[in-house]
Write a protein that binds this ligand. Sequence first.
Ligand code: ADP
Ligand code: 5GP
Length: 190
Amino acid sequence: KRMNKDRYLVVVSGPSGCGKDTVVRRLRALHPEIELSVSATSRPMRAGEAEGVDYYYMSREEFQQKIQAGEILEHAEYSGNLYGTPKSEVDKRIGQGRTVVLVIEVEGAGNIRKLYPEATTVFLMPPSMEQLEARLRGRGTEDEASIQRRLARAREEMEYAPLYTTTLVNDEVEACADRLYEIIRQRQQA
Ligand code: ADP
Ligand code: 5GP
């Protein structure tokens, strides 16, 4: 039976602060064979982040040159900055049967779905809007204006949840990472 390589591609979306990075970090700690796609971004580096680990940081001009050169698989504008998936992060790896996770917002996920119709796509939900705001504030990385933009965008983003293969509520990190792993495994065996 022919394996559909699209299924090795896993998209995780969800409102900013719902816990995507935390859950994916836990998933990879439990299952180190799962790889992460490192995105390009024009947003400034946050404290604690590192070049090539969290993102490839670049100016808007540099980002646009990469789009022109065809090096970016999908990209979107989010909260005033460009974010995109370098082609080099994806095709070779899934071709080799390696599982690659993209943590991207909803428009980018839509573009990935067009390119890879069988991709495994998971929408991570916060337990409540109150929890979302508390997590976003608790992370301590955004100023008030950025928090407000992200919360306003969250309500719009959650309307995209039905387009995903699965919706998961991130109530507890460990349990959520386990459920995410089960979804990935089941899709690859189907
Ligand atoms: P995202 O990547 O979706 O923007 P983060 O992974 O940065 O979100 O998480 C935002 C904040 O919420 C972080 O401070 C993180 O430690 C916290 N967090 C994540 N998941 C949970 C959870 N299940 N319960 C409580 N706090 C969480
Ligand atoms: P943050 O600034 O919090 O790291 O990310 C903001 C949003 O951009 C998040 O929803 C994140 O998932 C999304 N994002 C990160 N990388 C990419 C990417 O390569 N493409 C798209 N479309 N969105 C991305």
